[in-house]
Design a binder for this molecule. Structure first.
Ligand SMILES: [Zn+2]
Length: 245
């Protein structure tokens, strides 16, 4: 690997570690949940921490995975059971360079109440576009599964449900959000949680006025240029409350 290529990998790993810490500090992940980045030099591979709590991830914990969701280096530490979420989305969506899977709590109710669709009603969530699809694992794993995406087949079914969108809800489990880079995926994961919380509060008050399709596009275009502002703030906050030395 050339020096420039190796530096690109190092900087992606550094940013991936920051993403792990931010997602914990912002309440998107707890002991569970994970974030990955497509490998900058090998688009058929991706980088993801070993199986551990995101807040405790360091650069040494990041592993390289192939397109089948298998660690490139054999005999290493245990990998996340749900790594197939990442491998199958990267396979299906060449535009995606980062994936966040979480059980962020405000989003979960929208995956279990068929009549309540998660839809953008707040300008910071315009990226959601229309109603977010819900993945029903019973359609693929029957009525007795543990709800986890623990195989290539289930990963492919989830990726199908995501389609070309930014997010998919997973019934009784959580959600998965994608982005064209790590900062965008983290921004979307944080604001999917915020949007779900606000929508739940608004629905208690009365009928909700959602963004029009044109408003979702206009707000996304404006806010899309401001993502670094949140990232730098969230990173500072995460560093201040860092769980790793
Ligand atoms: Zn999960």
């Amino acid at each position: 690997m050339s020096e420039a290529a190796s530096q690109a990998v190092q900087s992606t790993i550094r940013e991936l570690v920051d993403a792990n810490h931010i997602l914990f500090d912002q309440g998107v992940v707890d002991g569970f949940g994970h974030v990955s980045a497509r490998h900058p030099g090998r688009p058929d591979r991706f980088l993801l921490a070993r199986s551990m709590a995101p807040a405790l991830v360091t650069e040494r914990d990041v592993l390289e995975f192939d397109s089948e969701g298998a660690p490139v280096e054999k005999g290493g530490p245990a990998a996340y059971l749900e790594r197939f979420i990442h491998s199958e989305i990267y396979r299906k969506r060449p535009d995606v360079h980062a994936v966040v899977h979480s059980h962020s709590p405000s989003v979960v109710p929208f995956g279990v109440v068929a009549a309540a669709k998660l839809r953008p009603m707040f300008h910071m969530c315009g990226f959601l576009g229309g109603a977010t699809p819900v993945f029903e694992i019973r359609d693929f794993a029957g009525d007795g599964s543990d709800l986890l995406i623990s195989s290539k087949q289930l990963g492919a079914a989830l990726a199908q449900s995501l389609g070309q969108g930014p997010a998919v809800l997973m019934r009784g489990h959580g959600s998965t959000v994608v982005g064209s880079n790590l900062r965008q995926a983290v921004f979307r994961a944080v604001y999917t949680e915020v949007g779900a919380r606000l929508q739940t509060e608004a629905m208690r008050l009365g009928p909700v006025t959602y963004l029009t399709e044109e408003e979702t596009i206009a707000t996304t275009n404006t806010i899309g240029t401001q993502i670094d502002r949140s990232w730098l703030l969230w990173l500072k906050a995460a560093e201040r409350r860092s769980m790793v030395s």
